[in-house]
Design a binder for this molecule. Structure first.
Ligand SMILES: Cc1cc2nc3c(=O)[nH]c(=O)nc-3n(C[C@H](O)[C@H](O)[C@H](O)COP(=O)(O)OP(=O)(O)OC[C@H]3O[C@@H](n4cnc5c(N)ncnc54)[C@H](O)[C@@H]3O)c2cc1C
Length: 347
């Protein structure tokens, strides 16, 4: 961890991954940290199985496949250490041990310190945390059948799944798992769903066709099982005496996510409506710190993967020029250079 890299990238979402790629193309050394256990940010956490239609060059691509291609393009091609389940807490400036005239940044995380000459923040909406079930502590069942995310649909293959929630993600996953789970029960504490009209209609159709058991307005009263979820007990929101037991192998809690700038809020960054203000060079108000992707705000900002990729290219060019002023801001075309910084990266 004491190795001084050129760029520390905060966030391993699509923009963080491509930031590491752009760094490699400029022969700059990078490292990535992310608080989540997996690469991919929102694409992995919120919609891995959805098609994306507006990433240039991909008429359509599954979110999870795009993450895999980004991983291959960035981490696999370059030597980029990735530190997952690691949250950036604060940053300190100190003299560069190789050149005391210069400064380096010490990124303090919950897993130790990371040194670099610059930082690019690609923290999206901030660190993610799934919302917990109000009124019932599901934590003893986490890892024993209680899930907050769907990484691989196959984890639910042939299983009796109870999905809890009333928004888009609960309804989307109900429909999405119809071809995978053996039985699906959708539980919501209110009568109406807060999902897209078309999705709600599809849920109704699946219910009428006997493919989904919809339990509204019901809430989770208890979970039981022998070391693994086996039964979910529900009670009627308006009549606690009305109790039903549902046989289940898995419970999928889709209650949304809390995202917050979290520790980054304490940094001396200019922040507007929860996003970091950057100038046209993607520079933040902090010395040697740039930002890219959903976390930035500026006039004309678009929160899209495509624009995040371009912001990352600008941020990296600027950061590299800051470290090595003789390096031109305009990169050479890859059609001429190939992949300059390529070394054998992580598998
Ligand atoms: C349902 C849905 C559908 C979408 N569909 C599209 C679409 O079709 N097309 C499109 O272009 N965009 C779409 N988007 C938006 C797109 O997902 C975002 O623009 C994109 O994810 C932004 O990438 P990012 O890397 O900037 O941030 P994120 O994907 O949010 O990744 C940021 C990462 O930073 C990490 N992080 C944050 N703070 C810290 C910290 N302090 N320490 C360590 N790690 C930290 C987070 O854990 C996260 O992994 C969609 C979004 C949603 C929710």
């Amino acid at each position: 961890m004491s190795d001084i890299r050129d760029i520390t990238v905060i966030g391993a979402g699509p923009v963080g991954l491509i930031t590491a790629f752009w760094a490699g193309m400029r022969e700059a050394s990078a490292q990535i940290i992310d608080s989540l256990p997996d690469l991919g940010g929102q694409l992995t956490t919120l919609y891995p199985e959805k098609w994306i239609y507006d990433v240039p060059g991909h008429p359509r691509v599954l979110a999870r496949d795009l993450v895999e291609m980004l991983r291959e393009q960035s981490i696999e091609q370059f030597d980029v250490p990735v530190h997952l389940e690691t949250t950036a807490e604060r940053v300190e400036y100190e003299p560069d041990p190789d050149d005391p005239e210069k400064q380096i940044l010490r990124l303090v995380t919950d897993k130790g310190d990371f040194l670099s000459r610059t930082i690019v923040i690609s923290g999206g909406h901030g660190a993610f945390e799934p919302k917990k079930l109000p009124g019932y502590d599901m934590s003893p069942w986490e890892g024993k059948g209680a899930h907050y995310l769907v990484g691989e649909k196959s984890a639910f293959a042939g299983k009796k799944v109870v999905i809890v929630g009333g928004g888009d993600s609960a309804c989307d996953w109900t429909l999405n798992l119809l071809d995978t789970a053996s039985e699906i029960t959708l539980v919501h504490r209110r009568e109406g769903f807060r999902a897209h009209e078309i999705t709600v209609r599809e849920i109704e159709e699946a219910k009428d066709a006997g493919k989904v058991d919809v339990r509204v307005p019901y809430q989770v009263k208890d979970v039981s099982g022998n070391g693994h979820v086996q039964t979910i007990t529900l009670y009627h929101s308006e009549d606690e005496g009305d109790v039903v037991e549902i046989a289940a192998d898995a419970v999928l809690l889709q209650l949304g996510f809390k995202t917050a700038l979290g520790p980054l809020k304490e940094w001396p960054l200019e922040v507007h409506k929860g996003a970091i203000v950057v100038d046209p060079l993607m520079k933040t108000s902090m010395d040697a710190v740039w930002a890219a992707g959903d976390i930035t705000t500026f006039d004309g900002k678009l929160k899209l993967i495509a624009t995040g990729f371009a912001e990352a290219a600008i941020a990296v060019s600027q950061a590299v020029h800051y470290i090595r002023p003789d390096m031109k801001i305009q990169p050479k075309y890859s059609t001429n250079t190939g992949v300059p910084g390529a070394v054998e990266g992580q598998p």
